[in-house]
Design a protein around this ligand. Structure first.
Ligand code: NDP
Length: 317
């Protein structure tokens, strides 16, 4: 596969998501070591893959490897494509009850005969490290602490690293999916941006995008955002991952943004590959650690409550 040279013809700062993700994974790794010291066990991540989809297998392998490198115990469940929904739900119930497991990730997409929504809802919300469970979606929307979807969380961390405080900035998000666009909007609202969401029915997309200090694009259409969509100096986050065939068995990954054109106008831009992609897995590890910390602190509170209730019950008279 021919790699795209991200520095080519760029006047914008290229945001190095690969390096940032590596730093984040190291930070998670040292916090995992403290967690093990405090609780005598590593955080645990269960990854469930149904079927033989080649891309999903690569994603799962990467997640498991990076989890292990950070000191997180990983439990792989590879199920055949003919697995029934009932069998998958049975596994989820078992993982919900498994004390070693803090995070459960079901690799999407699932085969057509399985209802994805039902499976996501079956995952215990406090182990939902993908942040797709309706309870986490609702908590994010109401501004409460929640497990947040990994890709938009990764975008937010890159933006805060680049821009610092995002308060008052105008953000435009192109794409309104449940896994990227909508949670991205919630996170940027929480960070006090003025947020516009654009989608396939939006009018005058280029005009909308040109208002943005922060432009996040998550559509799945190669190179659809050009220089006429971008305000000079804007920060552009390209979530899209598209495989472009070059002929003779060659291919390369490209984003939704025409990198060469936009890099001449933008202040900063993420490349594809090497931008948002590596942040997604790093944030999965961060979420797993966070889920483990929350479960241990809930357990601690429950045991303190138990002791104090016993104390009250045991008092004479
Ligand atoms: P979806 O297909 O679920 O959503 C695409 C969104 O783009 C929809 O909201 C759709 O609008 C909108 N859209 C489609 N065409 C246009 C158009 N012409 N103008 C404006 N908006 C348009 O995609 P995902 O959110 O799942 O993924 C988006 C991209 O991000 C993909 O390339 C995917 O591979 C990539 N991705 C990358 C990840 C990473 O780790 N880096 C993780 C997840 C996704 P409407 O709602 O009106 O149909």
């Amino acid at each position: 596969m021919k790699e795209f040279n991200a520095q080519e013809q760029s006047s914008a700062t290229v945001i190095d998501g690969k390096a940032f993700a590596q730093k984040l994974r190291h930070e998670v790794g040292s916090q995992v070591a403290s967690f093990v010291g405090a609780h005598g066990r590593p955080p645990g991540l269960a990854v469930v893959l149904v079927g033989e989809d080649a891309a999903s297998q690569v994603y799962v392998r990467t997640k498991m490897r990076q989890a292990e490198e950070a000191g997180i115990a990983s439990f792989a469940h590879r199920l055949p494509a003919v697995t029934t929904e009932a069998e998958l739900l049975e596994l989820i119930v078992a993982l919900n009850a498994d004390e070693r497991v803090d995070g459960i990730l079901v690799q999407l997409p699932l085969p057509d005969h399985i209802d994805e929504g039902g499976v996501i809802e079956a995952i215990a919300a406090d182990k939902d490290v993908d942040g797709f469970h309706p309870r986490n979606v609702g908590r994010l929307a109401t501004g409460e602490s929640a497990l947040v979807p990994c890709t938009p969380l990764g975008c937010l961390l890159l933006l805060q690293d680049r821009l610092g405080d995002l308060t008052g900035l105008k953000a435009v998000i192109v794409g309104r999916s449940n896994i990227v666009g909508k949670p991205m909007a919630q996170l940027l609202l929480k960070a006090h941006c003025t947020v516009t969401m654009a989608h396939s029915r939006s009018r005058n997309l280029a005009d909308e995008c040109r208002q943005a200090d922060i432009l996040v694009v998550a559509v799945g259409r190669p190179g659809m955002i050009g220089s006429d969509h971008v305000k000079p100096g804007a920060t552009v986050i390209d979530v899209g991952i598209n495989r472009e065939e070059l002929g003779e068995g060659q291919s390369r990954l490209v984003g939704d943004v025409d990198f060469a054109a936009v890099a001449k106008v933008a202040g900063a831009i993420t490349p594809v590959p090497g931008g948002v992609g590596p942040m997604t897995v790093a944030c999965l590890l961060r979420n797993t650690l966070y889920a483990a910390q929350r479960r241990e602190s809930a357990r601690q509170k429950a045991s303190e409550l138990d002791v104090s209730t016993k104390g009250v019950a045991g008092e004479p008279g």
